[in-house]
Every structure is written in structure tokens, then in C-alpha cells.
Design a protein around this ligand. Structure first.
Ligand code: HEC
Ligand code: HEC
Ligand code: HEC
Ligand code: HEC
Length: 228
């Protein structure tokens, strides 16, 4: 009986670990501390994990953001059938692009650890910038899912878009309390953070882990918003 109980507890822990492994065990751990051995980009000097993105003081923007706004300029999505109006990236996308533009230095933060501007950060031999490949989106976002537009503008003009009051199914990672599509928006806009949660690497698909807020099996993530 005791053995069964231990097994159940162990299995529960394993399952929980799979769905909600913390940021340390992801590619967003750029520190020297406990990052996965397979990570390409990490520091050889900085042991703090959060400092690459957040600072408790002297932040530039929400959420206590520790990085410069990427220079861009970014080319947004457009098509004959897109109804979202003008594209203007908000923080929920610019924050990501401060590393994923293939130009910005991963090691460049506003407020390093320690007094004043704090200590400088040195990266490993793979460099300060994300190299060419699928994680380098560049500044041309016209070949990426549209971001930086007001969801309600699309919804008003497009009957194929779900109401923003639509409830999210239980698979959505909504640590900040989002229960509907509206909760996925940042300042009412669709942004990278609407689909991605940068701290949690879900392992729904172990061969393709992409910080997604939901499993996309059967395209069920896409089908939350797209009535297709
Ligand atoms: C690679 C960049 C990155 C790192 C590293 C990072 N964060 Fe974040 N964090 C973000 C982004 C981007 C957002 C905004 C996400 C959104 O809009 O949903 C955010 C939002 C947050 C928020 C507010 C929203 C929420 O989810 O509750 C908290 C709190 C937070 N981060 C804490 C931390 C802590 C603590 C650490 C270190 C253990 C950390 N973060 C490391 C990128 C990062
Ligand atoms: C959180 C909601 C949301 C999710 C999740 C989502 N989309 Fe979208 N998507 C939108 C909105 C809103 C638009 C803008 C629609 C418009 O204005 O025509 C859009 C636009 C698009 C477009 C361009 C439409 C056009 O008219 O040019 C395509 C294609 C698309 N999405 C496919 C996908 C796919 C595939 C997935 C899953 C991988 C996905 N979307 C997930 C909300 C979402
Ligand atoms: C501090 C820099 C930084 C910020 C900010 C950042 N990322 Fe990343 N991200 C990285 C690095 C470095 C990698 C690993 C790239 C590689 O190995 O090719 C990565 C990888 C990823 C991956 C691929 C994960 C995988 O397992 O293959 C996704 C998806 C991703 N980031 C999305 C985002 C999104 C969305 C945001 C904003 C909410 C964001 N990132 C913010 C640095 C950052
Ligand atoms: C509509 C939802 C949606 C939005 C918005 C979105 N993504 Fe993604 N992203 C996805 C999905 C789904 C995948 C996984 C695709 C796959 O498995 O091939 C992905 C994959 C990625 C990857 C990994 C690419 C790879 O093949 O390794 C990166 C990096 C990434 N996204 C960054 C971003 C950034 C930065 C933004 C904002 C500019 C963004 N995403 C906006 C849904 C989205």
C-alpha cells in the first residue's frame, strides 16, 4: 500500500514537472546556473536568471523590464483578408524582439546586478546575438503570425474570429489568471505573449518545445480564436 502511495506521489510529481517545468530548465535561462546542457546561448559570468529580462529597480517599462527597446523598424503582417488595422507592436512583442530580432545583444541589460549599472555580462563562445535560424525572427515580421493589432478590430470585421469572451480550455497556461481570450491580450492587442509564456517550457511535444501557452495537438490552440 505504502509503495503504491509513493508511486502515485512520484508519478504526480513527474506529471506536474512535465507540464510546468520552471524557467531554470529552459532556453530562457541564459545564466550560468542550472540551465539545460543542450542550451546554445548562456553566460559564463552571470549567475542570476531573471536579470536578463527583469530588474527590481530602474526598469524601463512593465513588467519591470530590464532591456532596451529594440531599434527595429519592424515590418508587420499584411494581407488582403487581414482585418486588424494598423500594426504597432506593443511591449508584449517588443520585449521578445529585444532578443529575437537577431540584432540585439543578449548580454545588454539596463541595470546589471550590483550597485549602479552593475556588473557586465559575458556570454559563451556562441555569441551575444541569436544567430540565423528559426529562433531569429529578424525585423521583418510579415512572414509571422500577425501581432501588434487590436483583437476587437479584427473580431468586429471578421466573423471567423471568436468573441474575446470565449472561455479558455483548461490546457491554457494562464498563470496570470486569464480565463478568456481577452485575458491573452496585452493592452487589448494580440502580441507574442498572447500565444507564448516565456517562463514555462511545456513539453506537450518533446521534440518541439516552444514556450506555448497551450498544446497545439489537433491545432486546438489555433481553433480557440479561429472559427474554422
Ligand atoms: C527571457 C526573458 C525573461 C526571463 C529570463 C524572465 N522573464 Fe519574467 N517576463 C518576461 C516577459 C516577456 C514577461 C511578460 C509576459 C506576458 O506579458 O505575459 C514577463 C513577466 C513576468 C511577470 C509578470 C507576469 C506574470 O507572469 O506573472 C513576473 C512576475 C515575472 N516575469 C517574473 C520573473 C522572474 C521571477 C524571473 C526569474 C526567475 C523571470 N521573470 C525571468 C520575460 C522573462
Ligand atoms: C489568441 C487568438 C489567436 C490564436 C491562438 C491564433 N490566432 Fe491566428 N489570428 C488571430 C487574429 C485575431 C487574427 C487577425 C484576423 C484578421 O484580422 O483577419 C489572426 C490572423 C491569422 C492569419 C492571417 C489571416 C489573414 O486574413 O491574413 C492566419 C493564417 C492565422 N491567424 C492562423 C493561425 C494559426 C495557424 C494559429 C495556430 C498556430 C493561430 N492563427 C492562432 C488570432 C489568433
Ligand atoms: C533575454 C533574451 C530573450 C528574450 C527577452 C526572449 N527570448 Fe526567447 N529565446 C532566447 C534565446 C537565447 C533562445 C534560444 C535560441 C536558440 O537556441 O536558438 C530563445 C528561445 C525561444 C524559443 C524557442 C524555444 C525552444 O525550445 O526551441 C521561443 C519559442 C521563444 N524563445 C519565444 C520567446 C518569446 C515569445 C519571448 C517574449 C515573450 C521571448 N522569447 C523573449 C532569448 C530571449
Ligand atoms: C498565434 C499564436 C502565436 C503568436 C502570436 C506568436 N507565436 Fe511563436 N509560435 C507559435 C506556435 C504555434 C509555434 C510552434 C510552431 C511549430 O511547432 O513549428 C511558435 C514557435 C515560435 C518559435 C520557435 C521557432 C522554431 O521553429 O523553433 C519562436 C522563436 C517564436 N515562436 C517566437 C515568437 C515571437 C517572438 C512572437 C512575436 C513576434 C511570436 N512567436 C508570436 C505561435 C505563436
Amino acid at each position: 500500500m505504502k509503495k503504491v502511495l509513493i508511486l502515485v506521489v512520484a508519478l504526480t510529481l513527474v506529471t506536474a514537472g512535465v507540464a510546468f517545468a520552471g524557467i531554470a530548465n529552459t532556453k530562457h535561462n541564459l545564466s550560468t546556473t542550472n540551465h539545460p546542457a543542450t542550451n546554445t546561448y548562456f553566460s559564463t559570468t552571470e549567475d542570476e536568471i531573471c536579470v536578463f529580462c527583469h530588474t527590481p529597480h530602474a526598469a524601463t517599462a512593465v513588467p519591470l523590464w530590464n532591456r532596451n527597446t529594440p531599434a527595429g523598424p519592424f515590418t508587420g503582417y499584411s494581407s488582403n483578408t487581414f482585418n486588424g488595422g494598423t500594426i504597432a507592436l506593443g511591449a508584449g512583442s517588443l520585449n521578445c524582439m529585444s532578443c529575437h530580432d537577431g540584432v540585439s545583444g543578449l548580454n545588454v541589460v539596463i541595470n546589471g546586478v550590483g550597485p549602479g549599472a552593475g556588473r557586465a555580462i559575458t556570454m559563451n563562445a556562441n555569441g551575444n546575438i541569436i544567430g540565423a535560424g528559426p529562433t531569429n525572427l529578424g525585423t521583418d515580421l510579415s512572414n509571422d503570425h500577425p501581432v501588434g493589432f487590436v483583437y476587437a478590430t479584427s473580431k468586429a470585421a471578421d466573423t471567423g474570429i471568436a468573441a474575446d469572451t470565449t472561455a479558455l480550455n483548461a490546457n491554457w497556461i494562464n498563470a496570470s489568471g486569464a480565463t478568456t481570450i481577452a485575458g491573452l491580450m496585452r493592452n487589448t492587442q494580440m502580441e507574442c505573449a498572447s500565444c507564448h509564456e516565456p517562463h514555462v517550457e511545456n513539453t506537450y511535444d518533446a521534440t518541439k518545445v516552444s514556450f506555448l501557452r497551450n498544446a497545439n495537438a489537433g491545432s486546438n490552440m489555433c481553433l480557440t480564436c479561429h472559427l474554422k
